[in-house]
Design a protein around this ligand. Structure first.
Ligand code: XMP
Length: 517
């Protein structure tokens, strides 16, 4: 694909994926790579611009992440942010020092230069609020640079060398607290780097279809379809590209939410509107058999994962030789597994491990590898997937297996499916201003005595969970109006056989996890 590209060179800062997202919001494609990427590779990338991210180090210390001067001599515009700004100044002959006090939080910045057409601060008010987070500061700008902005505490909030297209910004334009951050990045990417801004989802879909066709030829592709957003969008895209050369295997492990298996089949099965081979494996009883008597959470996860591989393997054998195995990997998976950048966080339990090992295939195809989640959703809509599927809540691979504390049985699955269905239904009806980021019902392993009519009962307690979170790494319990909770409680007790108590889980993460197990 020949397209305009910006490179975000990662120095280990916490907002690096955000920088990339903001660039893409300017309709310019961009990728994240480690600061260790060799200059030859950078030259080959045919970049329109480079952005150096923040990072936790001091650039003047020995062993701190750095880059050679050559990077600034490629004739490609470079924007340094925070650590990146300091590093640029340091490498090009300016001076960076430790400040007496850390400048942190929302800060007023005064714009001193480049306010005119084509400048970094075109259209930005003379005074604006930005997000600062730094100890070190640029005490002397590099030769050829001029100061473009300052704050009450920081003499160089921004500096630039227009002739070479080099810019250093001490604050973080990528975070929303910087009022005009998006505009400043837009000015850099679209005006200074001169990108036309043609990166859009319709063009992505079109390009990808062409690419997939070229790569696959008349080969066969196999995809494990979970019904989640990523694998569904991958299925939609592959189907549009290669039709019946694609086979999707959907394993119903009996731990899906109510009606979910049928919903997936309605979209991708023979009655849906995607051209592909759809194989649904109803493995419910097989899973319940394997899970009988197992109470230890890790063991449950393992059994569910292993059984998935086994079922998938059997199906793959029936299909015979496949040429390509497709996966719904998305960009955060790539970056988080340390391949795309510096800020590696590995969430192994979120990956489907070991999948490729046993299917005989030539190559892996990951058509969504370069997309962020919101872009995957846009692509899904573009491909005509139903909104219900595209905006689905996160759902763990082990499914209801981790929402049922203790042994998993068919009876418990029924209870949690029914309760969860009612909860989601009532939340949808409640018309909340903001939906919690994730909400579901789970089944505690607690049974207690109650009365129902004239009879004593000895039934289960259902736990309702609802959390607000930005990145799912930390989370707070959401405030659901009491009347809504009461309504949910009364419906669950009345409509779901086997439940006589309903709890609301107030735990935050940490110390809790979002799921119950
Ligand atoms: P926890 O419970 O770890 O969940 O706080 C964080 C987020 O990740 C989802 N989750 C999983 N997703 N396989 C997945 O694909 C898993 O094993 C898994 N466990 C948790 C969970 O739904 C939440 O959004």
């Amino acid at each position: 694909m020949t397209q305009e590209k910006i490179l975000v060179l990662d120095f280990g800062g916490q907002y690096n994926q955000l920088v990339a997202r903001r660039v893409r919001e300017c309709n310019v494609y961009c990728e994240i790579a480690s600061y260790k990427t060799p200059i030859e590779k950078i030259k080959e990338m045919k970049l329109k611009g480079i952005i150096l991210t923040g990072g936790p180090n001091s650039c003047y210390e020995e062993g701190a992440p750095t880059y050679s001067k050559e990077l600034f001599e490629l004739g490609i515009p470079v924007l340094g942010l925070c650590y990146g700004a300091q590093l640029m100044s340091h490498v090009l002959g300016g001076k960076v020092e430790r400040a007496a006090n850390r400048e942190y939080g929302k800060t007023k910045v005064y714009v001193d230069g480049e306010k005119g057409i084509g400048g970094l601060f075109e259209g930005i008010p003379a005074e604006t609020v930005v997000w600062m987070s730094h100890f070190d500061y640029i005490s002397k700008i590099a030769p050829g640079f001029e100061i473009l902005a300052h704050t009450d505490n920081c003499p160089v909030a921004a500096a630039g060398c227009k002739a070479k297209g080099l810019y250093a910004i001490q604050f973080h334009p990528e975070v929303l607290h910087t009022e005009k951050g998006k505009e400043i990045l837009f000015n850099f990417v679209r005006k200074i780097c001169g990108c036309a801004g043609e990166w859009r989802m319709d063009s992505f879909v079109e390009h990808s279809i062409k690419e997939i066709r070229e790569k696959v030829g008349d080969g066969k592709v196999l995809l494990a379809l979970s019904g989640g957003v990523d694998s569904s969008v991958a299925a939609g895209l592959l189907s549009r590209a290669i039709g019946k050369q694609l086979t999707c295997v959907f394993v119903d492990h009996g731990l899906l939410r109510k009606n979910e298996g049928d919903d997936v089949e309605a979209v991708f099965g023979p009655k849906g509107n995607f051209d592909l081979n759809f194989v649904r494996v109803n493995a419910q009883q097989r899973y319940y058999g394997k899970l009988a008597g197992v109470t230890e959470p890790e063991r449950k996860r393992k059994i569910i994962g292993e059984e998935f591989i086994r079922v998938f393997e059997e199906e793959a054998k029936k299909i015979g030789k496949v040429d390509f195995l497709a996966q719904g990997t998305i960009y955060p998976d790539v970056v988080e597994s340390g391949l795309g950048g510096e800020s590696a966080v590995i969430k192994s339990h979120h990956n489907v491990g070991g999948l490729p090992d046993f299917v005989d295939f030539k190559e892996i195809i990951e058509p969504l590898r370069n997309l962020f989640k919101d872009e995957v959703r846009k692509a899904g809509l573009e491909l005509g997937l139903p909104e219900k599927l595209v905006f689905r809540q996160p759902f763990p691979g082990p499914g209801l297996g981790v929402r049922i504390v203790g042994e998993v049985t068919e009876e418990k699955v029924r209870i949690v499916q029914e309760a969860d269905f009612i909860y989601r239904d009532e939340i949808a009806k409640a018309g909340l201003k903001k939906l919690p980021d994730q909400y579901f019902a789970a089944l505690t392993n607690m049974r207690s005595v109650g009365v129902m009519g004239d009879e004593r009962t000895y039934d289960y307690a259902v736990a309702l969970r609802a959390v607000n979170t930005i990145d799912f790494m930390t989370a707070e319990a959401a405030e659901i109006p009491f009347e809504v909770l009461q309504k949910v409680m009364s419906r669950i007790i009345n409509e779901v056989r086997g439940v006589n108590r309903v709890f609301y889980d107030l735990t935050s993460k940490p110390p809790g996890t979002i799921e119950l197990e």
